[in-house]
Design a protein around this ligand. Structure first.
Ligand code: ADP
Ligand code: MG
Length: 248
């Protein structure tokens, strides 16, 4: 029946992922509603990046099912362009195109993938640069920007595709401390605007204030999925308690 999952954006069912003999994701199940912000945290090596990368098929899963906005991600018939039109990704190390200006970084995919006219793409990019507060950098190259500015360009670039979902993998981990706030503030605005977001981060202040739910991964197992209040005030599992005591 159509429309039954109208308010679900992401469905992860029984997802398992191994690299050779190493089981990295062990029977992961969760869903994300439209407009929800989910923070994923957990120790280093617990599978957070792998999980994020499976959601936009940068990695293939071994079994299970991932559905984003009614698109079956693991289905080999699903085209990668249909995934990249719908799912934005912001990486720890920005991944900007170094040989393109800031403006070109943002207009490139809409023109190439969505077949927008350059003029249209430029108009969108200009609005987005204004929104993330760096319109004055439009004609510069990434190498001349600070880390915080680079990450704001990366966010604007993913927004330019008008995605249904944005995945963030430790977007502030490579930044100098004084630049973390400007990036989190852009992310907070996006969340307030109703964007569906899955965010891997160690920024527990952001998790507490912005997340609708927090997922705790440990050794490839989804141990908790709960509200931030619950997670921070009475984490159920010993591993989550240990993690929080180290990080807070
Ligand atoms: P996290 O992001 O939580 O630190 P990752 O998802 O990066 O964890 O890694 C989970 C586990 O998978 C780690 O043991 C890591 O060494 C391993 N791993 C990650 N990527 C690969 C890969 N491409 N090939 C083999 N092992 C990998
Ligand atoms: Mg990682």
């Amino acid at each position: 029946m159509s429309g039954i999952n109208q308010d679900i954006m992401v469905n992860i069912n029984n997802v398992c992922k191994s690299y050779g003999q190493l089981e990295v994701l062990k029977d992961i199940n969760f869903s994300v509603a439209k407009g929800e912000v989910v923070v994923i945290c957990g120790p280093s090596g617990s599978g957070k990046s792998t999980l994020i990368r499976c959601i936009n098929r940068l990695e293939k899963i071994n079994s299970g099912e991932i559905i984003v906005d009614d698109i079956s991600i693991q289905n080999p018939k699903t085209k990668i362009v249909d995934i990249s039109k719908n799912i934005g990704m912001v990486f720890q190390d920005f991944n900007l195109f170094p040989h393109m200006t800031v403006l070109k970084n943002i207009t490139f995919a809409p023109v190439k993938v969505k077949k927008l006219k350059l003029k249209e793409a430029k108009a969108i990019a200009t609005k987005l640069l204004e929104r993330v507060g760096i319109l004055d950098k439009a004609d510069q190259y990434p190498s001349s920007l600070s880390g915080g500015q680079k990450q704001r360009v990366a966010i604007a670039r993913s927004l330019a595709m008008q995605p249904e979902l944005i995945l963030f993998d430790e977007p502030t981990s490579a930044l100098d401390p004084e630049m973390v706030g400007e990036v989190l503030s852009v992310m907070r605005d996006l969340a307030d605007d109703g964007m569906t977001m899955i965010v891997v981060t160690h920024e527990m202040g952001f998790a507490r204030e912005v997340a609708d739910e927090v997922i705790f991964l440990d050794d490839g197992v989804l141990i908790e999925k709960t509200t931030p209040e619950d997670f921070f005030n009475n984490p159920n599992h010993k591993r989550a308690q240990e993690f929080l005591s180290q990080i807070l």
